[in-house]
Write a protein that binds this ligand. Structure first.
Ligand code: SF4
Length: 382
């Protein structure tokens, strides 16, 4: 390898590849490539501490052994996570990543339940979605549906602001996948069409970019269980910036149930109104503007016990409802599928629950048994 990081050069980590520190390890989010790399916490500290410093100063510092720093520089060069510049003026010309998030959409994602004979007018629904400028919608229909129903549904959204439609339903097996793909190609907004309770699991890609998935699963969501899985992690600038100050599941979400009930998220008990009784969009705007409708929008993972020590906190979408403890801190009643204290997913070899790792909650307050945690880490990582 030809070293770009000469001792007289200045070290500039790339701002679009920010690092996030976790309890046991850190991560570099490579948002342009939608990929990431796990790194040791000490490499994260080097990246954060020595931005814009001369390489020779870093090597001479007593921060880490020289060989370790050289090894880290090689890694950052190989992954293109940093550049090395000739003079400090050049270094000053680089701007840091703007992590401010905002959206022109008042509601960014709507989850809507319908039946084959909808209990509310689809035109009314589309009108409200348009006024909220909501461009992403997930439609769930538990009934078995045919191609005529799907075609009419897609047509209803053809002049709407919606750019992304995901449908979870059960397609009548008399319709072959070619017919469904043809329909999806006529409606490029339909990005995912998932037919559950199928005999086999198989995926087809439409030329329009849509994906048709036949799945054996039932798609039943248990609100008590975490939806966070390794394969659901999302690494992009939109989610990264939103997650700095917002909850990426609850923020700007709207739910409309099969009977027309309007809620702030599917798992919520509180109903804010019913679409059938709404006479104009201002009534929905008043519901959405209520403080209790937005109560979870601004809870970030950085303010939530356990999650704030997790390196994945800017790429996960977690549907567990946060609860406030007596100290005003947020926590969850149930565990995530990822344990950041030992860096293991449920199902991984050696994975332990939080309790088994020495982490306990007492009235929502975290208590760490350092000896038990050390032993848990030792047993897994040595
Ligand atoms: S522990 Fe929290 S931050 Fe980490 S993956 Fe789970 S929900 Fe996300």
């Amino acid at each position: 390898m030809i070293h770009q990081w000469k001792p007289n050069k200045y070290f500039i980590p790339i701002s679009i590849c920010p690092t996030v520190k976790g309890h046991l390890r850190s991560i570099v989010y490579d948002m342009q490539r939608a990929s990431f790399s796990f790194i040791p916490n000490e490499m994260e500290e080097m990246i954060s501490r020595f931005y814009g410093h001369r390489v020779s100063d870093i090597l001479d510092s007593e921060f880490l052994d020289r060989e370790v720093i050289e090894e880290y520089m090689d890694f950052l060069q190989e992954k293109e996570y940093a550049i090395w510049l000739d003079n400090v003026e050049q270094a000053n010309a680089f701007t840091s990543l703007n992590t401010t998030w905002d959206s022109p959409m008042f509601i960014t994602n709507a989850v809507v339940e319908i039946t084959q004979k909808p209990k509310y007018g689809i035109d009314k629904l589309v009108n409200i979605i348009n006024h909220l400028n909501c461009q992403n919608i997930q439609i769930k229909c538990q009934d078995e549906v045919g191609i005529v129903f799907l075609s009419e549904l897609f047509n209803s959204f053809s002049r709407s602001v919606v750019k992304y439609i995901e449908i979870i339903t059960r397609i009548n097996p008399v319709h072959k996948q070619d017919e469904i793909i043809e329909l999806m190609e006529k409606h490029p907004r339909v990005k995912f069409l998932i037919s559950c309770l199928s005999d086999s699991s198989i995926t087809y890609n439409a030329d329009s970019g849509g994906v048709l998935v036949y799945s054996k699963s039932k798609f039943i969501i248990d609100p008590e269980k975490s939806l966070v899985f390794q394969q659901n992690l999302i690494n992009n600038i939109e989610l990264y910036t939103e997650s700095q100050t917002h909850h990426t599941y609850f923020n700007r979400k709207l739910f409309i149930g099969a009977n027309g009930d309007i809620k702030n998220f599917p798992e919520a008990e509180m109903v804010f109104g019913n679409l059938n009784n709404v006479s104009n969009v201002n009534e929905v705007m008043r519901m959405v503007n209520r403080e209790d409708f937005q109560q979870y929008w601004n809870i970030s993972k950085s303010e939530t016990i356990v999650c704030k020590e997790c390196e994945l906190r800017n790429m996960c979408i977690d549907n567990r409802i946060p609860i406030k403890n007596n100290n005003g801190e947020w926590y969850h009643k149930t565990e995530c599928n990822y344990n950041p204290y030992i860096a293991k997913w449920k199902g991984d070899v050696g994975c332990k629950s939080l309790v088994e790792s020495g982490i306990e909650f007492n009235n929502g307050e975290l208590k760490i048994d350092e000896v038990a945690l050390f032993q848990a880490k030792q047993s897994i990582w040595g």
